[in-house]
Design a protein around this ligand. Structure first.
Ligand SMILES: O=C(O)CCC(=O)C(=O)O
Ligand SMILES: [Fe+2]
Length: 193
């Protein structure tokens, strides 16, 4: 009989393989060949979320706007939509996932640092409006090593803007050490030059 931890384990394993493929595609597209060592030093966090259907008096239930601190995030949801992404112009756009085997892949903070801002950490939120419960499984990938911007990506048009990112300490810093107000941009505050 399958229990929840076995299911979560099996799902994480499969989703982490998808993560590896996506990272490889990103590295390939920049002509950077270090994806194997990156993938080998990747740790994962799986978060399972349940959003209850809003009651009559509630309008804005869900998750407030934020960026994830991971390298990338892979989301899988049930049939209840609600995720919204902020565009460069500041508009919010929703997603209609039609297939249960669809995934949403979002760039997160560490990818922005790695790519010197060419891939932007995606600002997103969850707004619940329908009459059903939303379930999400989010797989967040983190580097267990210090993340360096590949030399290949640094040139006159793209000068280095970030110090090497200690990804584990980055997360730890904003979850347990930094007790003041949250800066506008966490990665710039943490490792911006
Ligand atoms: O539930 C979702 O679709 C988004 C979850 C999310 O943004 C998060 O857990 O960081
Ligand atoms: Fe998120």
């Amino acid at each position: 009989m399958n229990n929840i931890s076995e299911t979560v384990q099996a799902y994480s394993k499969k989703a982490s393989k998808l993560n590896e493929v996506i990272v490889r595609m990103v590295f390939d597209s920049y002509g950077v060949d270090k994806y194997e060592s990156h993938n080998e030093s990747t740790n994962y966090l799986l978060r399972l979320l349940k959003y209850g259907e809003p009651t009559e008096n509630e309008t804005e239930v869900g998750l407030p706007p934020h960026e994830d601190m991971s390298f990338i995030t892979i989301l899988c949801q049930n049939h209840v939509n609600g995720l919204e992404i902020k565009t460069k112009d500041g508009d919010w756009i929703g997603f209609e996932l039609t297939s249960p085997s669809s995934f949403i892949v979002m760039a997160s903070d560490a990818l922005t640092v790695w790519s010197i801002d060419s891939v932007r950490s995606c600002t997103h939120r969850v707004v619940m409006s329908g009459k059903a419960t939303r379930y999400t499984a989010g797989l967040f990938s983190f580097s267990s090593k210090i993340l360096h911007v590949p030399e290949k990506l640094i040139d006159q048009q793209h000068p280095l803007k970030y110090k090497p990112l200690d990804h584990v300490d980055y997360v730890d810093y904003f979850f347990s050490k930094h007790l003041g107000p949250r800066p506008d941009c966490r990665y710039k505050a943490y490792c911006g030059i």
